[in-house]
Write a protein that binds this ligand. Structure first.
Ligand code: S3P
Length: 431
């Protein structure tokens, strides 16, 4: 494949797409959404909301409408809610159910069924919800919401936008004020969009912590939402264009919310030539076009404080590090072990198999880069993706800068977040 050139657009942001459907389902009236990501994860959210009474329709690619049931109006689903591979669908919908007087069962695939749900079960139990989970606090689980639920003040023990959002969503139908304290800021799409839908939500900064309050028994009004391009999907193309010689690629309409844009800053520190053009706002979110040109990257020590703003981008950052000059050191990344796969082990194994020099530590990877020399690639066994879309796409990017190419055992998980990934890669390498 040749260099990446021309101009592309990546699909809509996954986090924002989930939230647009959920908040639309709780508004009274018709919300329109343009640029919705039509990946399997988001479709799982849409199906679950339909099962609880919302009317959700697709009109054309990315153009959807949601007729909501109103806060407090979710109906008892008749069958189990199948969350597929999607942690965001599961944890946020658990928050919604928590303050409705309904019982719901959540199931998922093998990857999701191994992921910790205790982090949402714990605060939602304090609000009055009862749970019957599988051993270790995992799916399948059954929960019965509490009506009325009890407002809580909760300091997040892990930096997780999903846990924060689950509590805020439960707070929407809870009398009084529900408060979440974030010692480390995480993506703030829920806060931005809930305000846009008319929720009484306010944020204070106290002793360096973000304190988010929401007043319950809210009324949400329908909105017209435009979803910006997903920076976590753009990430694969940013790294590919930096690594493949001769590349000069423009990715339009990429979400650049500070709580998501960590990868761009880290790659710039590594010497990556990434220009932000035409910075603007789309749907209440900062957006830019990114012009990315091939660059010789240098290894760095990544400050762990930046991790929450690029938490899903580490797999592809590890690929960039594998080709950089010198050593890249990461730490403070224990959360990566509970994503769709254990992303530290999965990437250490995959990159090692492809010929990179990687040491796995308890909470990060240390990678000795090749200084631009292609990786060997795979010749025998393929790399294992463990039902993790981001491992599959990261290793596809690594394949572009390898001598033998890299074979990936299963590319199907890519459709959870980026169904047109392969087509877009083909398009940008043939432009
Ligand atoms: C997400 C939050 C993050 C991220 C996930 C999407 C969200 O998870 O990894 O892909 O939409 O809130 P955590 O909250 O578990 O960090």
């Amino acid at each position: 494949m040749g260099p990446l050139t021309g101009t592309i657009r990546v699909p809509g942001d996954k986090s924002i797409s989930h939230r647009a459907l959920m908040f639309g389902a709780l508004a009274v009236g018709r919300t329109t959404i343009s640029g919705l990501l039509e990946g399997h994860d988001v479709l799982a959210t849409a199906d679950a909301l339909r099962a609880m009474g919302a009317k959700i329709e697709r009109h054309s690619e990315g153009e959807w409408t949601v007729s909501g049931v109103g806060v407090g109006g979710l109906l008892q689903p008749k069958t189990a809610l199948d969350m597929g591979n999607s942690g965001t669908s599961t944890r946020l919908l658990m928050g919604l159910v928590a303050s409705h007087g309904i019982t719901a069962a959540f199931t998922g695939d093998a990857s999701l069924s191994g992921r910790p749900m205790g982090r949402v079960i714990e605060p939602l139990s304090r609000m009055g919800t009862s749970f019957e989970a599988s051993p270790g606090g995992t799916l399948p689980l059954m929960m019965t919401g509490s009506l009325p639920a009890v407002p809580i003040t909760y300091r997040l023990p892990v930096a997780s936008a999903q846990v924060k959002s689950a509590i805020l969503l439960a707070g929407l139908n809870t009398p009084g004020i529900t408060t979440v304290i974030e010692p480390v800021p995480t993506r703030d799409h829920s806060e931005r969009m809930l305000k846009g839908f008319g929720a009484d939500l306010w944020v204070e900064e106290t002793d360096g912590e973000r304190v988010i309050h929401i007043r319950g028994e809210a009324d949400l009004s329908p909105q017209n939402i435009t979803v910006p391009g997903d920076p976590s999907s753009a990430a694969f193309f940013i790294v590919a264009a930096l690594l493949v010689e001769g590349s000069d690629l423009t990715i339009e309409n990429v979400g650049m919310n500070d709580t998501r844009a960590g990868l761009v800053s880290v790659l710039q520190l590594m010497g990556g030539n990434i220009e932000l053009l035409n910075e603007r706002e789309v749907g209440g979110e900062p957006v830019a076009d990114l012009r990315v040109r091939h660059s010789q990257l240098r290894g760095i020590e990544v400050d762990s404080a930046i991790a929450p703003s690029m938490i899903d981008e580490f797999p592809v950052l590890f690929v960039a590090a594998a080709l950089a000059k010198g050593t890249t050191i990461t730490n403070g990344l224990e959360e990566l072990r509970v994503k769709e796969s254990d992303r530290l082990t999965a990437m250490a194994q995959a990159l090692t198999l492809a010929g990179a020099n990687v040491t796995e530590t308890e909470d990060g990877l240390i990678i000795q880069g090749t200084n631009g020399k292609p990786l060997a690639g795979t010749t025998g066994e393929p790399v294992t993706t463990h039902l993790d879309h981001r491992i599959a796409m990261s290793m596809a990017v690594a394949g572009l800068v390898s001598s033998a190419g890299i074979e990936v055992d299963d590319t199907r998980p890519i459709a959870t977040s980026f169904p047109i990934f392969e087509a877009l890669l083909e398009q940008s390498t043939n432009a």
